[in-house]
Design a protein around this ligand. Structure first.
Ligand code: GDP
Length: 413
């Protein structure tokens, strides 16, 4: 739990959120049965991951659209978080869904922001409503909305001014704009690098203005994105979209599961635990392990095992996931899969007794000849398979050793 706490703090999740989270995970993890072949700490990481995903809303949260009249999206946030850029990205994103949009330039304190919005609007081919810097933002909002209604625009996106820090003037102005627009969505734009202050920031905006969700920007940076966790925890509102770059295409839905992997920084271990849970029923695995340890691993187990591996999907991924195992090339994978088919045919041609006692085959060329004939393979191939089983006994024993006592990547790297 100390490692998890540290990982979350390093990922910039705020301390009160971390405390509550660690407590929740402890409550869940105590008393859970272990799965063979999966180390307890790996299993714990899985619980942590699932909790993280749940905490961030579980599923993707879609934008809400108004059924009557234009959908209005009000963007709020501190200065420099990427709001103006986001207006155009969002318009571009909606365009791909077949929705027309119009941008309203409401950042009257930075003349450059209006110019920037006009240029970006041209770039993505959407109209931008401007009224200069002398008009109040709420008035601009009102005029812009009327214009959009006239033009039968689907979505209106309002850019607002940000300050370096939250202040009363900014909040009052936002409240006024919100009253005029009656927005469908009020989205708080949060820089993923915000860090620990994210929790306070989100709370303030939610209490003062009332947000419907958030957008996380600059996720292409170094940050692990811990701010994401704080958003949902303190406001109960989901993150809907994430920006991962300066280009207009760099906007996508927010996937809680991917973000959990990023926060923990150990996606591969998680998939390994998941696959192991799917494939290995506890009893099967225990029995198999006993056999391997006592060198009784026979052709039936061999078949069960190769089929389980096939169910696990691509061999590359599975082998890559086992801690301590190196990368495997696609050519090697194809070769391995071809071999599996070949082996299955020969094993099926064996008698039940032969499957259980591979020694019979090792001793008798006649038996090997018969199997070769029945399976349509060569005697040499059958001999190879038998030799392979004995090699496999040794290798499986070593592998079990790795999984029992080997090291896994720690949370902090
Ligand atoms: P505003 O003050 O909130 O309107 O912020 P701007 O839209 O002017 O963006 C501030 C800076 O952040 C600009 O240089 C943008 O190009 C940059 N920016 C915006 N979104 C992203 C993003 O997702 N990733 C990166 N790397 N940069 C971004």
């Amino acid at each position: 739990m100390r490692d998890i706490r540290r990982a979350l703090l390093e990922a910039d999740v705020s301390l009160p959120v971390v405390r509550r989270f660690v407590q929740a995970v402890s409550d869940q993890a105590v008393g859970v049965g272990l799965i063979r072949g999966v180390k307890p700490d790996q299993q714990l990481v899985k619980i942590v991951n699932d909790e993280l995903v749940k905490l961030m809303g579980g599923e993707v949260s879609e934008l809400v659209f108004s059924k009557s009249g234009p959908t209005v999206i009000l963007l709020a946030g501190l200065q420099g978080v990427g709001k103006t850029t986001l207006c155009a990205k969002l318009a571009n994103y909606l365009k791909k869904q077949g929705k027309s949009s119009m941008l309203i330039a409401g950042d009257v304190y930075r003349p450059a922001a209006i110019d920037q919005l006009v240029i970006l609007g041209e770039q993505v081919g959407v109209p931008v409503y401007t009224a200069g810097t002398e008009v109040k933002p709420s008035e601009i909002a009102k005029q812009g909305l009327e214009e959009a209604k006239k033009k039968k625009i689907d979505v209106v996106i309002m850019d607002t001014a940000g300050r370096l820090q939250i202040d009363k003037g900014m909040m009052d102005e936002l409240k006024e704009v919100k009253k005029v627009l009656n927005p469908t969505e009020v989205l708080l734009v949060v820089d993923a690098m915000t860090g620990q202050e994210a929790a306070a920031l989100v709370t303030t905006f939610n209490v003062e203005i009332g947000i419907t969700g958030a957008i996380l920007t600059k996720l292409d940076g170094d940050s692990r994105g811990g701010a994401a966790l704080s958003v949902k925890e303190v406001s109960g509102k989901p993150i809907k979209l994430v920006g991962r770059g300066e280009r207009m295409e760099d906007l996508e839905p927010f996937y809680p599961d991917r973000m959990a992997g990023r926060i923990l920084g150990m996606g591969d271990v998680l998939s390994f635990v998941e696959k192991a849970q799917e494939v290995m029923r506890q009893e099967d695995a225990e029995e198999l392990q006993k056999k391997i340890m006592s060198a009784k691993f026979d052709f039936n187990d061999f078949l069960k095992q190769t089929r389980a591996v096939a169910r696990m999907g691509s061999m590359t991924r599975v082998i890559g996931m086992i801690p301590g195992m190196g990368k495997v090339t696609p050519a090697q994978v194809r070769e391995a899969e071809k071999n599996l088919k070949l082996m299955e045919a020969m094993i099926e041609a064996m008698t039940p007794e032969e499957r259980e006692k591979p020694e019979l085959l090792a001793e008798s060329p006649d038996r090997r000849r018969r199997i070769a004939k029945d399976s349509g393979k060569t005697e040499q191939q059958v001999s190879q398979l038998v030799a392979q089983l004995f090699q496999m006994r040794v290798r499986m024993k070593n592998l079990m050793g790795i999984m029992e006592g080997g090291s896994i990547p720690t949370l902090s790297n």
